[in-house]
Design a protein around this ligand. Structure first.
Ligand SMILES: *[C@@H]1O[C@H](CO)[C@@H](O)[C@H](O)[C@H]1NC(C)=O
Ligand SMILES: *[C@@H]1O[C@H](CO)[C@@H](O)[C@H](O)[C@H]1NC(C)=O
Ligand SMILES: *[C@@H]1O[C@H](CO)[C@@H](O)[C@H](O)[C@H]1NC(C)=O
Ligand SMILES: *[C@@H]1O[C@H](CO)[C@@H](O)[C@H](O)[C@H]1NC(C)=O
Length: 310
């Protein structure tokens, strides 16, 4: 029972500020939609969507021509940080993610800034971001680190909203609800920022008939989660998966991999992950419109925990 619970509910004990987490989203993200149609040189190297969304309009041609890839760089210590006072009063911040309210004493984590190798990252401007993404949909699908990033983005965008009551969960669900999905609507901008909890991206399922006794459930590497029908048409999709693809969270718990109708008792977890990503890629190619939807994929990143190697 204990183990089963673990599969569906990650204990949240984070140590990261929400700002840092959103930045890590930008950094760790490495697959653009350009994996699909003939590679567009610009988006292939990472500035396609991001430059449209976050580069100020005044960006000079020379900045664009340097083809900066934000994912190459390093964290630098910056005494001028934080630029604005860090608060934890964003209504969409999970209680478990409020570092300072949870008693965190040292505050130096706010002083780190991401420095891309070949250019400077424009400062995040919530109002400008909202203006550019209006009438849009941003979808986060995946594990709990993706959920952290979803919360971070929402709270960062809240800084650009004058009346906070105009931002709400569409179905009135409390933000602490971990399963299923949540959709935050920015009413004035006709924007939704959605989160779908699908740690493996593909389907998990119950024990198939005639399965060997050690099988307690299956991860179906050839079938994307049925939530995927809700992702069609989104402008930005951020998929997060990686941390659940290890033996401890699969075969050691009795969760084996299924392909077609058969449980494959020997498939290696990395092979299963690879096949699942191919399933995701096929889905993207069949269901999303190139040029309209921008796809990012986040794999491994710092975990929620300290001193735990997952
Ligand atoms: C930037 O480049 C485009 C096309 O290469 C050109 O039309 C435009 O005038 C340039 N803008 C500036 C500010 O140099
Ligand atoms: C709101 O955005 C959706 C797309 O997400 C669009 O279909 C709809 O027409 C927009 N509504 C208004 C009032 O602009
Ligand atoms: C803020 O938005 C809410 C919900 O739309 C509205 O009822 C309220 O009057 C607004 N407050 C202000 C100060 O505009
Ligand atoms: C199980 O998966 C492996 C690849 O990891 C494959 O080589 C093997 O043929 C599969 N076994 C069955 C019975 O399909």
């Amino acid at each position: 029972m204990q183990q089963k619970l673990q599969l569906f509910c990650i204990p949240f004990k984070k140590e990261y500020s929400h700002l840092l987490l959103f930045l890590s989203l930008i950094l760790i993200t490495y697959v653009c939609y350009s994996i699909l149609s003939p590679l567009n040189q610009r988006s292939a190297i990472g500035i396609g969507f991001l430059s449209q969304l976050i580069l100020p309009k005044t960006t000079s041609n020379s900045t664009l021509k340097s083809y900066c890839d934000y994912s190459y760089g390093k964290w630098v210590w910056d005494e001028t940080r934080p630029i604005r006072k860090y608060t934890e009063n964003c209504p969409f911040l999970d209680p478990g993610f409020r570092c300072q309210q949870s008693g965190r004493q040292e505050l130096d984590y706010q002083k780190w800034r991401w420095q891309p190798q070949r250019c400077n990252l424009p400062r995040f401007d919530a109002a400008e971001f909202l203006r550019r993404i209006q009438n849009g949909r941003i979808v986060f699908a995946g594990d709990s680190i993706g959920r952290n990033q979803w919360e971070s983005l929402i709270c960062m965008l809240m800084q650009g909203v004058s009346n906070q009551s105009t931002v709400y969960e569409e179905h009135g669900n409390p933000i602490t609800k971990h399963n299923g999905y949540l959709s935050i609507r920015f009413h004035e901008y006709n924007l939704t920022v959605e989160y779908y909890r699908v740690p493996y991206l593909v389907m998990t399922d119950r024990l198939p008939p005639h399965a060997p006794p050690q099988v307690r459930g299956v991860v179906r590497v050839d079938t994307l989660h049925w939530y995927s029908e809700k992702w069609i048409g989104a402008d930005v999709l951020i998929f997060s998966a990686g941390h659940w693809w290890n033996k401890d969270k699969t075969t050691k718990m009795g969760y084996y991999f299924q392909e077609g109708g058969n449980v494959n008792m020997t498939m290696d977890v990395m092979e299963a992950f690879r096949r699942s990503l191919n399933t995701l890629k096929s889905w993207v190619m069949q269901n999303l419109e190139p040029g309209k939807s921008h796809v990012f994929f986040r794999s491994y990143s710092p975990a929620h925990y300290r001193q735990v190697n997952i």
